[in-house]
Design a protein around this ligand. Structure first.
Ligand SMILES: [Zn+2]
Length: 94
């Protein structure tokens, strides 16, 4: 008769563990460690050279004529420095 009691305890313990695992994984999903904090949305900025959208905090920033421009890579930033703003729109808008 003792084994039935033991089996019940083991099953109960297993169910308890599974419950906690599920509960834990659900609550972890709500706040991922590298998600941006609430109230500070990760705004996307557009690279004027290649027109890629990048998160603002990852973009390279360049101040030009009192205006801020954002770039996906140093290559785009250097190209922009060479040709200046407006040069990239010439080709596509004819
Ligand atoms: Zn780019």
């Amino acid at each position: 008769m003792l084994w039935r009691l033991l089996l019940g305890m083991v099953l109960g313990y297993a169910a308890f563990k599974v419950y906690h695992k599920v509960k834990g994984s659900l609550s972890h999903k709500g706040k991922a460690p590298d998600a941006p904090p609430l109230g500070e949305p990760d705004t996307l900025v557009q690279d004027p050279m290649c027109r890629t959208f990048i998160p603002r905090r990852e973009a390279l920033k360049l101040s030009w004529d009192g205006k801020d421009y954002f770039f996906c890579s140093e290559g785009c930033l250097k190209r922009f420095r060479r040709v200046g703003p407006g040069a990239s729109t010439d080709k596509e808008k004819s």
